[in-house]
Design a protein around this ligand. Structure first.
Ligand code: GLC
Ligand code: CA
Length: 516
């Protein structure tokens, strides 16, 4: 069962290079995050996930780790990060780091050793074939770059050689079984990294490509799951409060493998995509069927519920599904949704079971920018631009010259900022605050509160129950009605117009309500 502090947790994802720059070099830093902790708390967030902040050549924005135990100098020093842990804890905020267990940078010392012809402790830390002319069927590999004869397997980009956790059913002599001492050594090395940061005050990890460890794994990923179960045993024994959230998007599997939470992600055909991004490709949008789009074609929440409810029922006693507003790999929802649509979408995401994640900037509707590739971001680059704090120079992100910024701020005249939205009680920012304040006040809206669909019929508001509360949302431009079970009829929170009377809720255009 998941750590108890998650029951009322709301996470904020920070892309450190783009959050707040305190020394004018154009790149966000740890001191910048520390300065903004009170702001983060004011949103109603009480936990952070910081994207990889470790030493790296940044060919994949830090997902290519060169040293797991040393932070990248551009963000500050290890001591600055330890101070961040302390300052966050003082304010009741927990901090997760990003653990990248499937691969390292090709510049990691383990890999440099592994490339040597002479056998050493790291020869099997990565997956090598036995001869430079022997490739690896079904896997991406690189040859011709090392002293050692053999090719090595990649986990993602060319800069990311795969760490060796062995093969479920080895078929070649160079494939180690998953219980080979050298495959186990890789797992133990990753535990050592986890202990290092947990001992310094971090509260757990977001785990990158969590399903990618054992190779030629079966359909059920039994080899990889066995590793996570083993890691969980270590955490339970040594760090019972530590939590793990997986990039997997398969809660039944991830939670049984020992994760506390699993992300609901943008995987094509999955349920989450039908909520915010059901428009084909961003550059080539087709008809938009996203549930929260005001003019959605064939709006139908059942396309989401079909998958969600199956997962929810299967996992509610095991851990949590984490709904996200967006992340650093996904187009921002503001690409196709306006502020009124986003208010409803977030109100829904933040009132569902499980543990929600707010991506920095989504609280003000930070816009997706069409930008060239930066540090391996490609189309993801546009979702990684600086946070916009105030009017004026670099919209408050940095005192540096505009052309030194990690990425440009939004050049539009009406670029959203925290400052402008703080002043407007009906802004997206203040709506996020209000919904999160309600979530913290009502236990029924938190991670463990029961969920039940009450009305999912097209042409009617979508109505759902959380414990003793009834919630209704109407993303369309028409007024709609649905039956609601008898509740006291008091609205705790409403967006737009909503009225509940005689067992019927009447929802005005683009409205949301929570009834007690
Ligand atoms: C994950 C990360 C992504 C990264 C990839 C390789 O999907 O979220 O940003 O590029 O893994 O590590
Ligand atoms: Ca800086």
């Amino acid at each position: 069962m998941a750590a108890t502090w998650l029951k009322d947790a709301v996470f904020y994802e920070i892309y450190p290079q783009s959050y707040y720059d305190t020394n004018g070099d154009g790149i966000g830093d740890f001191n910048g995050i520390i300065e903004k902790l009170d702001y983060i708390r004011s949103l109603g967030c009480n936990a952070l996930w910081i994207n990889p902040c470790f030493d790296s050549p940044f060919k994949d924005a830090g997902y290519d780790v060169r040293d797991y135990k040393k932070v990248a100098p551009r963000y500050g020093s290890n001591s600055d990060l330890y101070r961040l842990f302390g300052e966050a804890h003082r304010r009741g905020i927990r901090v997760l780091l990003d653990l990248v267990p499937g691969h390292t940078s090709e510049e990691h010392e383990w890999f440099r050793q592994s490339q040597k012809e002479e056998r050493n402790e790291y020869s099997n830390r990565y997956i090598w074939t036995d001869f430079w002319f022997h490739g690896a069927r079904g896997m991406n590999y690189i040859g011709g770059e090392s002293e050692r004869s053999g090719v090595y397997i990649l986990n993602f980009f060319k800069c990311q050689p795969a760490l060796n956790y062995g093969f479920l059913h080895p078929t070649e002599s160079w494939q180690l079984p998953a219980d080979h001492p050298d495959a186990i050594a890789t797992r133990e090395a990753m535990k050592d990294v986890m202990r290092f940061w947990l001992d310094h005050g971090c509260d757990g990890f977001r785990v990158d490509m969590a399903d990618s460890l054992v190779k030629a794994d079966d359909e059920k990923k039994s080899g990889t799951c066995a590793i996570w179960k083993n890691v969980r045993e270590m955490l339970d024994a040594e760090y019972p409060e530590a939590v793990l959230v997986s990039e997997w998007c398969n809660p039944p599997r991830a939670l049984r493998a020992g994760f506390d939470m699993d992300f609901y992600l943008n995987h094509g055909g999955g349920g989450y995509i039908t909520l915010l991004r059901d428009y084909g490709s961003p550059r080539n949008p087709g008809p938009d069927r996203s549930f929260f789009r005001k003019d959605a074609q064939d709006r139908d929440i059942r396309r989401f519920l079909k998958e969600y409810e199956t997962w929810y029922r299967d996992t509610k006693d095991l851990g949590y599904i984490s709904m996200i507003t967006c992340n650093h790999d996904t187009e921002r929802p503001s690409l196709t949704l306006g502020a009124d649509e986003l208010k409803l979408a977030y109100a829904f995401i933040f009132t569902m079971p499980g543990v929600p994640f707010l991506y920095y900037g989504d609280e003000i509707g930070l816009r997706y920018q069409w930008l060239p590739n930066k540090e391996g971001g490609y189309n993801r680059t546009g979702s990684r631009t600086p946070m916009q704090w105030t009017e004026g120079k670099n919209l408050g992100f940095s005192e540096g010259c505009a052309d030194t910024l990690y990425l440009p701020v939004d050049p539009a005249e009406d670029a959203p900022t925290v400052q402008a939205q703080e002043a407007d009680p009906a802004s997206l920012l203040n709506t996020v605050r209000a919904v999160l304040a309600l979530r913290h006040a009502e236990k029924d809206l938190q991670a463990d509160g029961e969920y039940e669909t009450l009305c999912a019929e097209p042409g009617k508001p979508f109505v759902y129950r959380r414990g003793g509360l009834v919630l209704a949302v109407n993303p369309s431009g028409e007024t709609m009605e649905a039956p609601v079970p008898a509740v006291g009829g008091t609205a705790l929170f409403t967006i737009g117009s909503a009225k509940a009377e005689n067992g019927v809720v009447t929802m005005g255009p683009q409205s949301f309500t929570v009834l007690k």
